[in-house]
Design a protein around this ligand. Structure first.
Ligand code: BTX
Length: 323
């Protein structure tokens, strides 16, 4: 019932709605309305109540609540269904579990993850209330070998969303976003294939927004929006990312233009023209980032003058100063 009242307050878009209207609309007594409003206020929502006018929502806390996200979101597919958790193992794991029966564009968010994952089983620290821990379920009709482009579409969406909000960031091919050479966001794309077609893809996005103290193992290479001096609302960042993602994803699915995505990723690349290390298993080789080609693969040149086309998933890239 609380969610329904919140929805009515959000739909009123800053105007007053009367207790009578709420009680009639939801079939509950005026005193029940008042009790629910009181408990919504206790969660941090600023609701003004004025005699004869009713209730008005003035401000809401920066929490992931599906009705609140929906009221801000301007998309058709991505985020049509939103599942929000207080705590979860991993949003990607949950997304994979429900993907078959879920519609495309369903998103899963959690205030914290207790088993957040990066690539190859690496740990992804997901501190409670500090970040955006998000998974998106997709069902594109594309060949499985095109799936890595979804990671790049996600990266592009994050970078462009941040840049539009005034935060300068760049993409470290294939799946990290950096601010001032430190990692602010990681992307983990996982797919399920049936014979030669994709059943579903889960794209996981983890972004540090408010973290000031990072665990020891990542304190030198990780940063957050707040640590870089920007005070942004998680809900604003989230809705901007989802809107950008829908724009690039639907364009890609209808036109299949990988080169367009690759070229945009190149524009925002943190490693083109830079000295990097290419890491394959336990081997590490110094190189220079040269290009992201029309297939979205990274071209590097080694110190001996030889070059190589790298496909994501096979390799890790490190900058000279460790990110
Ligand atoms: P990755 O394998 O490229 O990066 C993992 C590495 O990043 C770790 O080994 C560690 O060094 C570093 N790291 C761990 N936590 C953080 C952090 N909070 N900030 C910066 N660096 C960190 C990147 O994998 C992909 C991460 C995807 C995370 C999302 S969150 C929602 C979804 N659910 C889930 O379990 N994973 C994805």
């Amino acid at each position: 019932m609380k969610d329904k009242i919140l929805k009515l307050l959000l739909e009123a878009k800053g105007e007053f709605i009367s207790g009578e209207y709420i009680s009639e609309k939801l079939g509950i007594s005026r005193s029940a309305v008042w009790k629910h409003i009181k408990s919504i206020k206790e969660e941090g929502y600023e609701i003004e109540s004025v005699t004869k006018k009713g209730y008005r929502l003035n401000q809401y806390p920066d929490l992931f609540v599906s009705e609140v996200i929906k009221s801000k979101l301007n998309t058709n597919i991505i985020g049509k269904k939103i599942l929000c958790f207080e705590t979860i193992g991993s949003t990607n794991d949950h997304a994979k579990k429900i993907a078959k029966e879920s519609e495309e564009g369903t998103i899963i968010l959690s205030e914290e993850q207790t088993k957040g994952r990066g690539r190859m089983g690496k740990v992804w620290h997901s501190i409670k209330g500090d970040g955006i821990w998000l998974s998106i379920i997709l069902k594109p009709d594309i060949p499985p070998y095109h799936a890595p482009i979804i990671t790049q579409i996600a990266g592009l969406s994050v970078v462009i969303a941040l840049n539009e909000l005034g935060v300068k960031s760049s993409i470290k091919w294939p799946n990290d976003i950096l601010i001032n050479n430190k990692k602010i966001c990681g992307i983990l794309t996982e797919m399920s294939i049936e014979i030669d077609r994709i059943d579903h893809i889960v794209v996981g996005i983890g972004m540090n927004v408010k973290t000031l103290d990072f665990p020891n193992d990542i304190e030198n290479m990780a940063t957050s929006i707040l640590k870089e001096g920007y005070s942004l609302n998680r809900l604003d960042i989230l809705s901007r990312i989802l809107e950008k993602f829908e724009e690039f994803y639907t364009d890609y699915v209808s036109n299949n233009d990988i080169e367009k995505i690759a070229n945009m990723c190149k524009t925002y690349s943190a490693i083109i023209g830079k000295d990097i290390y290419v890491i394959k298993g336990d081997k590490r080789r110094k190189a220079r980032g040269i290009d992201i080609n029309k297939n979205g693969n990274l071209i590097v040149e080694y110190e001996d003058g030889s070059s190589e086309e790298l496909v994501s998933g096979e390799v890790s890239i490190r900058g000279e100063n460790g990110y």
